[in-house]
Every structure is written in C-alpha cells, then in structure tokens.
Design a protein around this ligand. Structure first.
Ligand SMILES: *Cc1c(COP(=O)(O)O)cnc(C)c1O
Length: 383
C-alpha cells in the first residue's frame, strides 16, 4: 500500500487524474500549430481564472521566479517600496527587493497576525512627494495561514495614486475571490503547484496597463524574465523560450475542470474546507495559529501545546501516508500546517481529521475524545 500518499501541504498540491494523464502525453513541438491552439486556450482561461483582461503571462519558473519578474520589470535601483512582512513569504519579498538594490521599508506584524493596513495608509498619506514606487503584499501568507486584508490595503494605495500594488497571490489565486480588474491590482503573481491543480513548473504574472507604463522606464536589468518579451509571444499564443510543454498541456485540462466547477463553487468549496478543518481542530482542543477573522482558505496552521508538532507529522506520514507541512524558520517544530487548496474535497478533510484523531490517540493526547473532530467537520459540511 505504498500508492496511497495524500498530499496535504500548501504546494505542491494534489493533481486530478485527467491532469496527470495529460502530463503523460508525449511532448509536442512548442512551435507547432497544435501547441499554439493549446496555449491560446490556456491564455484565455487564465484570464477567466484571474478575473482580468490584463495579460496573464506564463513563465517557466516557480512562484519565486514570478515574484522576481514582478519586481525587475517595473522598478529601478534605489526605488522606495513598502513591503508587508508577517511571515516567511513577506520576508522573501523584502529580501528579493533588497537584493536588487531597492530601498525597502518593511511594515511588520507578528507571524500569525495580519498586517495592519492603517500603517500602510499613514505612510502612503505622508508621501506627498510620491517617492513610494510600489506597495508589496502577500495576500495569503502560507507560512502562517493568515489572509491579509488586500481590499483595504489596495484602497489606500489607490488614494496615493502613484504607487503600484504588487500582490503575491500564490496561495490565494484559485482559493479566494480576487477580482484583479475590479480592484485594479497592478502586478499579481502565482504558481501552478498551488491553487491550479497542476504540478510545479509554471509561474504566472498578471500585468495592468499602469504597470506596463512603469515597465517603459524601469531600469533594473532583465533578460530571461523580461515580461515585454512574454507579452509579445503571448499575443501569438507562443512562449519566448521552450516551455515545459507537458505542464502546459496539463494546465489546459486543469483549467477546463476549474471552469466546469465555476469560480463561485471553487471559492465556496475552499471556505467550507477551511471551516470544517478549523472547527474540527477546535473540537480537538488543538490551538489554531491564526484567528478565524484572518484565516486563509488555502491553509491552516496549528500550534499544539501538549503534543509535539513534529511527532504528529511523523505519525501521520508513517502510519497514514498523509504529508503535512512543518513550521518555517522560528516556527520550526512549533506548528504544523495543513494545505487544503486546489484539488481537495470534503472526503479528504474527513479522512485527514479521522487520521489526526488516531494519531493523537497513538501519541497519548490526554484531552482526546475520539470522533469529536470528525463530527465538527461534518456539521460544517452538512450546512
Ligand atoms: C509557494 C509560495 C511562493 C513561491 O514559492 P516557490 O517555491 O518559489 O514556488 C511564494 N509565495 C507564497 C505565499 C507561497 O505560498
């Protein structure tokens, strides 16, 4: 029984069988009409998923490659940027900007809390000379399971008028409503291995007309990730460099499945999975790392007290073949994280919670009442 692996980490995420089968096809030429037809459909459906008429450019890169593209195409050395930092990925943005010689101002919050948008508002309002060139925010902070208040933050950025808003939507795109055009988000990055039900390999960047204007004068060096080249290629339904053809073919199938489900249903499913998971954990008296009001629909972080996180992960893996994620940086050993984004169903959550109860029992968790977690999850699902 070594083929029952269940991936409950926040990326890579589970992949449906039709997508896996598409992946197994023999590669085709990326300069063929057959490939262009596929790429054309993928480009079209990516705009649907991203709720935008902007270009959604497809890169051969992990999410971090898309993040880098989101910086170097629109900014110049010495540019002042505000970066929201309340977890590992916010810190990565700050490091990335510093590596390219930008003047970084961090707006921090404790890991597990959401960013205080008021601090952004004050900085932006004080910037009458318009020296702030961009505001960078991680929408769903995967390291802590916190969803930052992008809508409010974006309103403050729009009041400033000049700064671009650059959004890390790597685990929010496809799991929560993110109307790029309605909100006027300038640069939004994500990756195929998170909410797209597709294996790792593709990074996505959506670019607004205002961001393209900034592109004209941006002076950071760029070559492989020069988005102007991708825009030109996308207009002809091709890629500038050899794409991972199989992953693109797989994405075509995944996007068709997402269209069949519909955006509202996808978001409602993620809400339900999040709530069921959280209610089950509460019933089991396992402390949630992020409060309900700021919980990410993609991921739940748990901070157990009387049992060891790493022991839970180890038993879940060895006895049940369920992979959970650990904590990152100073949270290593302090939390474990459950990914529930992409191709995840009610059944997966029920199975996960039941296995977690068995794991707690094996570890001698004293406050365990077997079945209460599953019952709590079921209550959410039957509403
Ligand atoms: C996964 C992730 C990324 C990108 O990570 P890669 O390993 O480079 O794909 C960026 N931001 C967030 C919030 C993520 O969850």
């Amino acid at each position: 029984m070594d083929n029952k692996q269940m991936l409950m980490i926040p990326g890579p995420t589970p992949v449906p069988e039709p997508v896996l089968l598409a992946l197994a096809r023999h590669p085709i030429s990326h300069r063929s009409d057959e490939y262009s037809a596929i790429m054309g459909e993928v480009n079209h459906n990516l705009k649907w998923l991203h709720q935008t008429e902007n270009d959604v450019l497809v890169l051969t890169a992990s999410g971090t490659g898309a993040m880098e593209a989101g910086i170097i195409n629109f900014l110049s050395p010495g540019d002042r940027v505000l970066v929201g930092c309340n977890g590992k990925f916010g810190e990565r943005w700050a490091d990335l900007c510093a590596a390219f010689g930008l003047e970084v101002e961090k707006i921090t919050a404790q890991w597990g809390k959401s960013i205080d948008t008021e601090q952004f508002r004050a900085k932006l309002a004080a910037d009458t000379d318009k020296t702030i060139k961009a505001v960078i925010i991680t929408h769903s902070e995967t390291s802590t399971g916190v969803l930052n208040d992008l809508e409010t933050l974006n309103r403050h950025v729009k009041e400033h008028g000049k700064a671009l808003i650059i959004v890390d939507a790597v685990t929010s795109l496809g799991s929560v409503h993110l109307p790029i055009d309605r909100w006027g988000l300038d640069v939004v990055v994500s990756g195929s291995q998170k909410g797209y039900m597709t294996p790792p390999g593709l990074g996505f960047v959506s670019v607004s007309p205002k961001a393209w204007e900034a592109y004209q004068t941006a002076k950071l060096p760029r070559f492989y990730l020069d988005l102007g080249v991708y825009k030109k290629a996308a207009a002809n339904n091709i890629n500038p460099f050899t794409p991972p053809v199989n992953v693109v073919v797989a994405l075509q199938v995944a996007l068709r499945m997402m269209q069949a489900e519909g955006l509202d249903s996808i978001f409602a499913r993620h809400q339900r999975l999040m709530k069921a998971t959280r209610e089950a954990l509460k019933a089991l008296s396992l402390p949630l790392f992020a409060a309900d009001e700021v919980a990410s629909p993609a991921i739940t972080a748990v901070a157990p007290i009387s049992v060891e996180s790493e022991q839970i992960r180890s038993v879940m893996q060895q006895r049940f073949n369920i992979a959970l994620a650990g904590g990152q940086d100073h949270l290593k050993g302090k939390i474990f994280r459950i990914g529930h984004l992409g191709f995840v169903s009610d059944r997966d959550i029920l199975c996960l919670i039941a296995a977690l109860e068995a794991t707690l029992q094996e570890l001698g968790y004293e406050s365990l009442v077997p079945g209460v977690g599953v019952a709590a999850a079921l209550r959410v699902m039957s509403h």
